[in-house]
Design a protein. Structure first.
Length: 315
C-alpha cells in the first residue's frame, strides 16, 4: 500500500478529545498505510483548551505534503485562526487535498473560504455561530457528518470518530475500518445521515434501552428481522420499539438493519471468496439481485467491483 500522509492541524486552544480521535484512528498499524503528523502554526507547542501544552512535530509547511488534513475543534472558534493558518488551509484546498473537520474545526476551514457554497455540519450548539460568521455556508444540524468528497465536516466528539472511520472505510474498506473500531471500542459504522444524539432539549431518561436488541440483531442479520420480531426480543410493543429505535439511533429500524446488512456484506466481500448470492443470504439481503441493487443505491458500485477494489486490503 502506498503511504498516505495524515496531517492533524492543532490550532491554539485545540480540544484534547477532538485531537485524540484522529491520532488514535490514523496511528500506524500493520494493515494501514497511514503516516500521522501533528502540526500547527509553530513547530514547538500549542496550548490546548484544557490549559496544558502539546508538543508538535511539524509546522504549517507540512500541510502541503498531506494526503488528508484533519482539523479538530478548538475553544475560541468565533475568532478566526492566524492568517498563516488560513492561508495554509486555502492553499491545501486549492490543491485538492482532502480536508476533514471535527466539531468546531469547521470554523477554521470556513475561515479559509473552503466551505463557501457548501452544506456542512458542526456541533449543534455552534451551528448558529457558523452561519452567522460565514453566511455563505449552509449548516445541516441534523447529521453526524457530511462527505463532500475533498471537504468533510462532522459534529462533536463521537461524530468525529464516525467521520474518521468513514475515511478509513473509503480508503481501505469495511474490514479494516471495523478492526480499528473494535480496537478503540467504537461503533463500527454509524451512517452520516443519522441525527446528532444531543438535542437542544435533553430527553427524559428512558428506563428501556434497545442496545441489547441491536447487538442481538447484528448476530442474526440472516433472519427475517421484522419489527414485531425485534419488539418481541426487546419486550416492548412494536410502536414503542419504533419510537425508541429512532430516538436512540436517529434512523428507523428498517434503515438501521439495511445499513448493518450492507456493512456486513462489505466485510464478507473483502475477507472471503463467497459468491454474491451466498453473501446476500448470510446478510439477510435475500438475493444477489437485491444485494446488487442495494449496493448501487448505497455505494454507487456493484459488489463485484467493490470486491476488486478492497479485497486485497483485508489481508
Amino acid at each position: 500500500m502506498n503511504m498516505h500522509r495524515v496531517m492533524v492541524l492543532a490550532v491554539d486552544g485545540v480540544l484534547p478529545m477532538d485531537l485524540g480521535i484522529p491520532t488514535q484512528i490514523f496511528n500506524a498499524r500493520p494493515n494501514t498505510p497511514y503516516e500521522l503528523t501533528v502540526c500547527g502554526d509553530t513547530e514547538e507547542a500549542v496550548t490546548t483548551s484544557a490549559g496544558f501544552t502539546l508538543g508538535l512535530t511539524a509546522g504549517l509547511e507540512a500541510l502541503a505534503d498531506a494526503d488528508t488534513i484533519i482539523v479538530p475543534g478548538f475553544e475560541d472558534f468565533r475568532r478566526a485562526p492566524h492568517p498563516r493558518v488560513r492561508a495554509a488551509l486555502k492553499l491545501a484546498g486549492r490543491a485538492g487535498i482532502r480536508i476533514a473537520s471535527i466539531c468546531t474545526g469547521a470554523f477554521a476551514v470556513a475561515s479559509a473560504g473552503l466551505l463557501d457554497g457548501r452544506t456542512v455540519t458542526t456541533h449543534w450548539a455552534s451551528a448558529d455561530d457558523l452561519e452567522e460568521l460565514y453566511p455563505r455556508v449552509r449548516v445541516d444540524r441534523n447529521v453526524l457528518y457530511i462527505d463532500n468528497d475533498t471537504i468533510l465536516t462532522s459534529a462533536g466528539v463521537t461524530a468525529g470518530i464516525d467521520l474518521c472511520l468513514h475515511l478509513v472505510r473509503k480508503d481501505l474498506g469495511a474490514a479494516v475500518a471495523n478492526d480499528i473500531a473494535r480496537d478503540i471500542v467504537a461503533a463500527p459504522h454509524r451512517d452520516g445521515g443519522q441525527a446528532q444524539y444531543i438535542s437542544r432539549t435533553l430527553p427524559t431518561p428512558q428506563a428501556t434501552t434497545l442496545a441489547d436488541t441491536r447487538e442481538w440483531a447484528l448476530l442474526h442479520l440472516e433472519e427475517d428481522l421484522t419489527i414485531p420480531h425485534l419488539a418481541d426480543h426487546a419486550g416492548v410493543s412494536p410502536r414503542t420499539l419504533t419510537r425508541l429505535w429512532r430516538q436512540e439511533t436517529g434512523v428507523s429500524p428498517h434503515q438501521w438493519l439495511l445499513t448493518a446488512r450492507i456493512n456486513r456484506a462489505r466485510e464478507l466481500l473483502e475477507t472471503t471468496d463467497l459468491q454474491v448470492e451466498q453473501i446476500a443470504i448470510r446478510c439477510g439481503l435475500g438475493s444477489g439481485a437485491n444485494m446488487r441493487a442495494r449496493f448501487r443505491d448505497a455505494l454507487g458500485i456493484t459488489p463485484t467491483a467493490y470486491r476488486r477494489t478492497f479485497q486485497h486490503q483485508a489481508v
